[in-house]
Design a protein. Structure first.
Length: 156
């Protein structure tokens, strides 16, 4: 069953672009913007990552850590981070463990073809590891995503 608002995130999140294991306890005492995206170096995913990069200091000031997740490899993530100077880690969920736990690995359609893929989704997690809010699919404003997260925080 997929995780949702009110659920605690798993202890083990996965390995980042450098092979470092990320645990939920690494983010205790901070809010976490855990964002799932389909693929490195694609237009929407690049816009979203760059929005989070550009708004990173404001997110930090608001108490957030930022972590991205896709099913791309560590090597792909390293190149993506380097190319766009991303200041946050990206989890390489190559075995689809996290995308399945969070329920974002779903059937998608493109040009009439059905396939499995990651539905763009951001989970906003509180300081105790509890999911407080979820922004998913077309609700995600890739060009203004950091502002979208901060607006949730301001009106909460």
């Amino acid at each position: 069953m997929a995780l949702n608002i009110g659920d605690k995130i798993p202890d083990l999140l996965g390995k980042d672009q450098n092979g470092n294991v990320l645990m939920s306890k690494d983010f205790e005492g901070k809010k976490l913007a855990l964002y799932f995206y389909p693929k490195d170096n694609t237009p929407g995913c690049t816009s979203q990552a760059c929005s989070l990069r550009d708004g990173y200091q404001d997110l930090i000031k608001a108490g957030y850590a930022v972590v991205g997740v896709s099913v791309d490899s560590e090597a792909s993530h390293q190149k993506f981070i380097e190319k766009y100077t991303l200041p946050f880690p990206l989890i390489a969920d190559t075995e689809n463990i996290l995308v399945e736990k969070f329920g974002v690995w779903q059937e998608k359609k493109n040009f009439g073809k059905k396939y499995m893929g990651t539905v763009r989704t951001t989970f906003l997690v509180n300081e105790k590891g509890i999911i407080q809010h979820k922004i998913e699919g077309r609700e995600v404003d890739t060009k203004n995503h950091s502002k979208q997260i901060l607006n949730f925080t301001e009106y909460k």
